[in-house]
Design a protein around this ligand. Structure first.
Ligand code: NAD
Ligand code: MG
Length: 398
């Protein structure tokens, strides 16, 4: 029986993880669930999965949860605050930690799991975007098994040779494995065919209506700007020990191929499946074995018209900003990530326009381009500084 901690249990990835775990009660037990503020959702999850611990970022929400759980006769122990999330991520009895908090807030709890040598299932791409170099050094140092949950990275992982899959933290270079390129696919989001001149008037509802995937709000907006693919570009650079030049972004609007690996002999290996996160989640939970998931099998006779294209720079400037930041270094990627979180939140609360996300990200990246951020303290300080700078920009754009 493997003990599982889910950080960000009430989110889209957290709920999908629980739905896979529910199919395999003989293999996995939920040790702890954490969330930010959504008491009623976490309450229902605690009653259904009976974890030993539940933690909420918000102390007031934790009090409500505790009272409700006691009323229902639950034995789940309730903890509160950011330090509780960190403690549970590194709990001695945890085997697997699903890192599914959204944004920079996931960094410290995810690192805690890495430092305790847990099997870390990484959905929280922002953690790697901010601290990739340091994060991967810790993975190597602590002998942590790090498994990508992001569907593209999970697909690439599945298409890599087993020598790479087994060599956690000490991966051989791509060229040594006969690999020419990693092909990172993306749907292009809801505005693939919308006139570029009309992007300034995009509404929040339009931006979060992804054609193929159902996801949290932040990642949905990131998919519409393709900043999501930019963050994934940076994520891939660290996860797969490669250079930016080794990664190519390919638009594939149908979202059936989840990414590919091109070998030097001309072979291309792809991983295909429904656009449903429960497949990569099941893969990562069971690795190196396989378990069933609730995802419907692909029916090839119903698939038509696979198409591919290059992402247009004028349509997706945020993608290219992220690629530039990736080459510039950890300071640039941390600042861009912080700016983007502020910009997306401001767009969702209707303070700025969709196209202002790019303006804000670009200005921030230019400002912090050459900042060095080597230690965790540097990264956390730069994240805060870039957020404050971006907030200031929001006020000027409003
Ligand atoms: P979501 O917004 O649906 O859920 C986020 C979860 O994090 C919630 O449980 C919330 O309570 C918790 N949380 C939010 N802020 C927090 C904070 N400050 N401290 C502690 N907990 C906090 O997000 P999601 O779509 O599930 O995405 C989670 C992560 O997975 C993101 O990094 C995203 O990029 C990545 N991801 C998501 C998908 C997807 O399909 N949703 C796919 C690939 C990668
Ligand atoms: Mg993805």
């Amino acid at each position: 029986m493997r003990q599982v901690v889910i950080l960000g249990a009430t989110g889209s990835i957290g709920c999908s993880t629980l739905s896979v775990l529910a199919m395999h009660p003989e293999q996995f037990q939920v040790l702890a669930l954490t969330a930010s503020t959504q008491t009623s959702k976490l309450l229902a999850q605690c009653l259904a999965f009976k974890p030993r611990f539940a933690a909420m970022l918000c102390p007031l929400a934790a009090v409500t949860l505790k009272t409700e759980l006691q009323l229902q006769g639950s034995k789940t122990e309730v903890l509160a605050g950011p330090e509780a999330l960190i403690a549970l991520a590194g709990h001695p009895e945890a085997d697997i930690v699903m890192a599914a908090i959204v944004g920079a807030a996931g960094l410290l709890p995810t690192l805690a799991a890495v430092e305790q040598g847990k099997t870390v299932l990484l959905a929280n791409k922002e953690a790697l975007v901010m601290s990739g170099e340091l994060f991967m050094a810790k993975v190597q140092h602590h002998g942590t098994t790090l498994l990508p949950v992001d569907s593209e990275h999970n697909a690439i992982f599945q298409c890599l040779p087993s020598a790479f899959q087994q060599a956690q933290g000490q991966q051989p270079a791509l060229a040594e494995m006969g690999i020419a390129k990693l092909l990172l696919t993306g749907s292009g989001g809801p505005f693939l065919n919308r006139p570029i001149a009309s992007l300034a008037t995009v509404t929040v509802a339009e931006a979060i209506a992804h054609p193929n995937w159902t996801m949290g709000q932040k990642i949905s907006v990131d998919s519409a700007t393709m900043m999501n693919k930019g963050l994934e570009f940076i994520e891939a650079r660290w996860l797969f020990n490669c250079a930016p030049a080794d990664i190519e972004v390919v638009i594939h609007p149908q979202s059936i191929i989840h990414s590919m690996v091109q070998y030097t002999d001309g072979s291309v290996l792809a991983q295909l499946g429904q656009p449903d996160m429960r497949t990569p989640i099941a893969h990562a939970l069971a690795f190196p074995k396989r378990i069933s998931s609730p995802v419907a099998p692909l029916k090839f006779s119903q698939l038509t018209n696979f198409s591919f294209a290059e992402p247009e720079p004028a349509r997706y400037p945020n993608l290219y900003l992220a690629m530039a930041a990736c080459s510039a270094g950890q300071g640039a990627t941390t600042a861009l990530n912080a700016a983007n979180e502020v910009a997306v939140a401001a767009f969702i609360s209707e303070q700025i326009r969709f196209t202002d996300i790019r303006r804000l990200n670009e200005t921030c990246l230019e400002h912090f381009h050459n900042y060095a951020a080597r230690s965790l303290d540097d990264i956390v300080a730069l994240d805060l500084e870039a957020r404050a700078y971006a907030q200031q920009l929001v006020r000027t754009l409003k």
